[in-house]
Design a binder for this molecule. Structure first.
Ligand code: ADP
Ligand code: MG
Length: 379
């Protein structure tokens, strides 16, 4: 991101000096579809981020421009409502903060981002969290980052209308350089786990997004809710694999498989955390492949392109593990590999994917980065 262009864009539009806040996108290393089951996830914040330049206004309006989309709108802090599309991520964040008792002030926001939109690396959370930081700064409010994450999640749930878990906003707030975060989505406790030296993360974008019937995400959630109801627990987090083997016989077959994914995936996150602590990349990688298999066979949220991307990665020397990441049905895979395998990996996976699908994939080499904060402009 060119911060000088961002600041100039702001000055031209709003005739004032801005402060600039940044919030990163994320990639989930392991623990997929576990967050809304009160389970464990292990994301890292990535280097792609959304930037919001901001200054204060003397009324209760927020004037917003997204340079990414070349669109503007304005909303009134005293009149919560819905605006449609990307606007609700921004306005919803303001309203959700106010609902949690934060007093906001009018502001001008100039937004730009290098997080790919809709690719599964959470440009939405990056937008919400960067917006929250910008609005809080002009309001002079000092707010617990956990409250920020929860308000941003609420914006997405209540104003945008997506029933997402807390992971994306949480890691965008709390991410740490060179660390993955293992988050307990029930208690919101987390542990920062240092990534082993000499490894990189590569996100591979399949460039496809299958819409299917649209309600797939909510259907998976409904299956999980039915499973936990039939098993008599508050959430699938409370079920062990032994419980499931003993008592799962009464579940409808599909619900059983959905539950088996969640239960085994939670166990894999804990095993993966052990592997990271021991710097055992091979073990971590095996768990990633296992996760992908479970998402394909039991949770049924992969697609041919994701499966192909993982198979191509597996053939490259120096790759420890690969799996789909994000909601599924397209989007991205996450790959853990040795630094010296990066070039080989990029060539072989790009060529292989293009040859088989006719689509040029996007590969992003990244590491783990810090969560949201202010950027001090030089000069
Ligand atoms: P993901 O979070 O995986 O990128 P989502 O569908 O959850 O995908 O969020 C993408 C949406 O977030 C975009 O379609 C847009 O509405 C909004 N968005 C994200 N970044 C920006 C931005 N810089 N400017 C305007 N809208 C954005
Ligand atoms: Mg999102």
């Amino acid at each position: 991101m060119n911060l000088l262009h961002l600041a100039d864009g702001f000055r031209n539009r709003f005739k004032a000096e801005p402060r600039v806040f940044r919030a990163p996108g994320r990639v989930n290393l392991i623990g997929e579809h576990t967050d809304y089951n009160d389970g464990f996830v292990m994301p890292a914040a990535i280097h792609f981020a959304t930037y919001v330049a901001v200054n204060e206004r003397d009324d209760a309006s927020v004037s917003v421009y997204s340079h990414t989309l070349r669109e503007a709108f304005e909303f009134d802090l005293t009149r919560p409502g819905r605006f449609g599309g990307w606007r609700d991520y921004v306005a919803g964040t303001a309203y959700a903060l106010q609902e949690r008792g934060v007093k906001l002030a009018g502001a001008n926001l100039y937004i730009d981002s290098d997080v790919p939109l809709g690719a599964g690396v959470s440009s939405s959370a990056a937008l919400e969290v960067a917006t929250a930081h910008a609005l809080l700064s002009v309001a002079g409010a000092n707010v617990d980052p956990l409250l920020i994450a929860l308000a941003c999640q609420r914006a997405e749930n209540e104003y945008v209308g997506v029933r997402s878990g807390i992971m994306d906003q949480f890691v965008s707030c709390f991410g740490q350089q060179n660390h993955a975060l293992m988050i307990d989505c029930r208690t919101l406790d987390y542990e920062a786990l240092p990534l082993p030296p000499g490894v990189v993360l590569v996100v591979c974008n399949t460039m496809v997004k299958h819409e299917l019937t649209g309600g797939e995400y909510n259907e998976r959630r409904a299956d999980c809710e039915e499973g936990s109801r039939l098993l008599g627990v508050a959430a699938l987090r409370d079920v062990t694999l032994d419980d499931l083997r003993e008592r799962g016989g009464t579940l409808p077959e599909r619900v059983y498989r959905r539950c088996r994914h969640v239960v085994t995936e939670n166990a894999r996150v804990e095993l993966a955390a052990d592997a990271v602590r021991k710097h055992d990349c091979s073990r971590f990688g095996e768990l990633m492949y296992e996760s992908h298999r479970s998402l394909r066979e039991d949770y049924e949220v992969t697609c041919d392109e994701l499966d192909l991307m993982v198979d191509l990665a597996r053939e490259v020397r120096g790759v420890y593990g690969a799996r789909m990441t994000g909601g599924g049905f397209g989007g991205c895979t996450i790959n853990l590999l040795a630094v010296d395998a990066v070039e080989r990996f990029q060539r072989s996976v790009s060529d292989g994917y293009r040859a088989r699908t006719g689509i040029q994939p996007m590969l992003y080499v990244t590491g783990a980065h810090d969560g949201a904060g202010e950027i001090v402009l030089a000069g």
